[in-house]
Design a protein around this ligand. Structure first.
Ligand code: SAM
Length: 314
């Protein structure tokens, strides 16, 4: 369906371009990036830019969201084992952030390129790589534009907790462009926690409160599934998700609150400050009743899940 303007018009909160700019579906670059579903319910459903900046988190990211070093080694080892990557294999990491996996990958002699839209996150990554004196191409680049790789030059595209920030159609276009046509890989990693762990409980409640406030929290799983399903439809062989590392972390419900308070937005949305404050105040009150003490630490398990698909493009 071809639209002549953003369906939200003046209600549109995508501020990158004029809300009345042409809207022609996923192929057009210079368009409002609403998916149009908000048109039916513009009063209550608000859509926000999917690629929020992480610049404000760069210096605290590893402390807040880091993964223990032995686990990052295990992830790199599993990636190499699954994809058969060896010395010289070209790996492109999308949304690499502060480079938790960069050193373990480069040390396995792969030809490593990393990019991220946040100059501050990339700054942290560059420092790590420079300290080790290792070779890598590290680029500040928006994953919703052309990826920093030549056509048919990459054997493995790897991404952790980042690909869902990008438009699935664009991801598919870039995968077709940069991956070598025969037997290449997309491997996507995520950190999971048991459903009853304090941070999962807090996250579920936070997302519920976001929804109650009239916002549509972004569904990361659905975005990733769109990409994997499309690749499968053209013959890609998806492997069962594999848990490749486990660790434990002490966590307090108050840590979840502090981390959401300390960064922009909530649930992947750029909420107005007032709305975010109200949601977190409700959450704090609820957590007090639910957990008794929100500053009581509890050990929780975390594990890293890797999903990979082997693709051959005709
Ligand atoms: C949750 S962090 C994950 C970072 C890293 N992969 C990790 O697991 O630690 C998400 C990353 O995606 C990056 N990102 C978000 N939107 C992006 C875009 N449009 N293009 C490239 N990177 C983007 C952010 O800057 C951030 O570094």
């Amino acid at each position: 369906m071809i639209r002549t303007a953003c369906p939200l018009r003046s209600a549109c909160l995508f501020r990158r371009i004029s809300p009345n700019a042409p809207f022609r579906g996923s192929a057009a670059r210079n368009r409002c990036r609403c998916d149009g579903t908000a048109a039916t319910d513009a009063a209550t459903t608000r859509i926000f830019p999917p690629d929020m900046l992480y610049d404000d988190q760069a210096t605290t990211y590893d402390m807040r969201a880091g993964i223990p070093q032995p686990a990052t080694e295990a992830v790199a080892e599993a990636l190499v084992e699954i994809t058969g990557a060896g010395p010289g294999t070209s790996i492109l990491e999308v949304g690499a952030g502060t480079g938790l996996f960069s050193i373990p990958l480069i040390q396995r002699s792969v030809r490593y390129t990393a990019f991220d839209r946040s100059a501050a996150m990339i700054g942290v990554l560059r420092e790590k790589v420079a300290r080790e004196g290792l070779p890598a191409a590290i680029v500040v680049s928006d994953g919703n534009a052309a990826w920093p790789a030549d056509d048919a030059s990459i054997s493995v595209v790897f991404s952790v907790r980042a690909l869902h920030h990008l438009e699935p159609d664009h991801v598919l276009n870039e995968l077709h462009r940069v991956l070598r046509p025969n037997g290449s890989w997309l491997a996507v990693g995520r950190v999971r926690r048991p459903a009853d762990s304090p941070s999962s409980v807090m996250r579920r409640r936070m997302r519920w409160l976001v929804q109650q406030a009239g916002y549509e929290a972004r569904n990361h799983e659905a975005r990733m599934e769109t990409v994997f399903a499309a690749l499968e439809a053209e013959g890609g062989q998806r492997l069962e998700p594999r848990t490749v590392a486990r660790w434990t972390r002490m966590h307090r419900p108050a840590d979840s609150l502090a981390s959401w308070e300390g960064k922009e937005g909530l649930a992947g949305l750029e909420l107005p400050q007032e709305a975010k404050g109200a949601i977190l105040a409700d959450l704090r009150a609820w957590a007090g009743a639910e957990f008794g003490r929100i500053d009581a630490p509890a050990e929780q398990e975390e594990f890293f899940e890797l999903t990979a698909i082997n693709v051959t493009f005709s």
